[in-house]
Design a protein around this ligand. Structure first.
Ligand code: HEM
Length: 465
């Protein structure tokens, strides 16, 4: 199969050359012989070069006629369509070049197993993420430290994300939502993505978006450092994430430094901000597009919480099953992290292919969550598909909006609580609709796939809302 694919690719690449030769008025026999010789020689060379050191086959490489840039334009224009088409043509493991780097995608549950079960020293996260993340989170945390240390830091953060903490989070989020949306009045059109981004991380997002990144980082660090010092001196401290981190120790017995605590708090805020605000904005548009579904979600709110101004608590969130399914389905069709990446440091084997060191190995939740053989009516927003709990688990890595394995997200429960609380307030307050039937296009220019022109129409459900 591999040789066919290589030949096919080379034929595509050399198609232009054959056309050129025909224009040269040579006799057809010479042209055919010439072209065939080049194609076969190149195919053999390609096949030889693409054998791994252990003699295994390299994954099929999607050919490109553009040196260095490779598939950057095709991928950049519509990455999901590109990956699904490549999957159809080349199967679950394939490579391509972009801006001089080779990316190898693992599509579907079986192939994805390699990435999710890998050890960090083989498929490495720091090599690809540190450059982006460390300037924002600071040194000494996340991808700036050896992975076992980051694993310990994740564990400490998880202690602060417990159910008893969630119980206190719900009224805070609810209160913030009510206060924030007072400015929207009883009806109008407004940018829901911007509003949700601000709501989800009001102060920090202002600080980080309004200034240059490095300056913002220093500024935010100073704010946190003062808060940490104040807290350390407090005889009756609150039981929150800051306190959890102040009291945490590494296995070695060492306590976290102020810088580490600050980095972890900034990391938490940022990891949760773009992911949750983008997901919330898409959820709003999926509901705005489908009146019947929105009515059902509203009915569920009335049944669980009562009237539009009644407060919501943590236990009630669990009863909002339809809202839960809508969020799950939003995360299927629009997972905010479209690709998880690792640097291949040691030779890897998957489904008979050998991946050499230097490839960037990727799994895309967006792609896995749209495979037609796993997801019936894969491109439809059908929250009730999750009534059967087996749907998301039919194949181990078919549904991975929060990743899996050692790098798995620790914020899933918090994100569900935050987004469900916000929507419990919003759906009881407003009826949403699309503006002129416009459902946002996906903006592929941002790392997280945000909605383009995310303006939504809203009308208050009652004057007391
Ligand atoms: C809708 C919301 C969210 C989604 C879809 C999401 C998605 C993800 C994904 C896909 C990963 C795995 C990345 C990889 O394997 O390369 C991840 C990791 C992580 N997330 Fe989230 N996340 C969300 C919210 C949050 C929140 C609210 C927090 C913090 C409270 C958070 C903290 C983290 C952390 C600490 C990691 C670990 C990274 C690692 O170990 O390398 N996330 N998240």
């Amino acid at each position: 199969m591999f040789a066919d694919k290589a030949l096919e690719g080379l034929q595509e690449s050399f198609g232009g050359l054959a056309d050129m030769d025909l224009d040269l008025d040579l006799n057809t026999g010479t042209v055919t012989l010439f072209t065939t010789t080049i194609v076969l020689t190149a195919a053999l060379a390609y096949r030889h070069l693409s054998r791994g050191k252990d003699g295994g086959n390299a994954p099929p490489h999607i050919p490109s006629t553009i040196p260095f840039l490779g598939q950057a334009v095709s991928f950049g224009t519509s990455p999901i369509e590109f990956l699904l088409a490549a999957y159809e043509k080349y199967g679950p493991v394939f490579s391509f070049t972009m801006v001089g780097k080779t990316f190898t995608y693992l599509v579907g549950s079986d192939a994805s197993t390699l990435l999710f079960n890998s050890k960090n020293e083989n498929l490495n996260a720091e090599d690809v993420y540190s450059r982006l993340v460390t300037p924002v989170f600071g040194k000494g945390v996340a991808y700036d430290v050896p992975n076992p240390i980051f694993m310990e830091q994740k564990k400490m953060l998880k202690t602060g994300l417990s159910i008893s903490h969630f119980r206190t989070h719900v009224p805070i989020i609810e209160d913030e939502t009510r206060t924030y949306f007072q400015r929207w009045g009883s009806q109008g059109k407004n940018n829901i993505f911007e509003a949700l981004s601000e709501l989800i991380i009001l102060t920090a997002s202002h600080a980080l978006h309004g200034m240059k990144r490095d300056k913002a980082h220093i500024e935010v660090k100073n704010i946190f450092r003062k808060a940490i010092q104040k807290r350390r001196a407090d005889p009756n401290p609150d039981d929150d994430m800051l306190q959890t981190l102040i009291e945490s120790t590494y296995k070695s017995g060492r306590k976290l430094t102020d810088d580490e605590i600050t980095g972890m708090l900034i990391g938490l805020l940022l990891a949760g901000q773009h992911t949750s605000s983008t997901t919330s904005a898409w959820l709003a548009f999926f509901l705005a597009r489908d009146n019947d579904l929105q009515d059902k979600v509203f009915k569920e709110q009335q049944e669980v919480c009562g009237d539009c101004v009644a407060p919501v608590d943590y236990d009630q969130l669990k009863d909002m099953q339809l809202l839960d399914r809508c969020l799950k389905e939003t995360l299927r069709l629009r997972p905010p992290i479209m690709t998880m990446m690792r640097m291949c440091r040691t030779p890897q084997t998957v489904l008979g292919y050998s991946i050499p060191p230097g490839h960037q190995v990727c799994v895309s939740p967006t792609t896995n969550q749209r495979l037609p053989e796993v997801w019936k009516d894969f491109d439809q927003f059908l929250p009730d598909r999750f009534i059967d709990p087996e749907v998301a688990n039919s194949e181990k890595f078919a549904y991975v909006p929060f990743g899996a394995g050692r790098h798995r997200c620790i914020g899933e429960s918090f994100a569900y609580i935050q987004i469900k609380t916000i929507f419990s307030v919003l759906i009881r307050k407003y009826k949403f609709s699309l503006v002129d039937d416009y459902f946002p296009e996906v903006n592929y220019n941002t790392m997280i796939h945000t909605p383009t022109n995310p303006v939504i129409q809203y009308t208050a459900r009652s004057s007391s809302a």
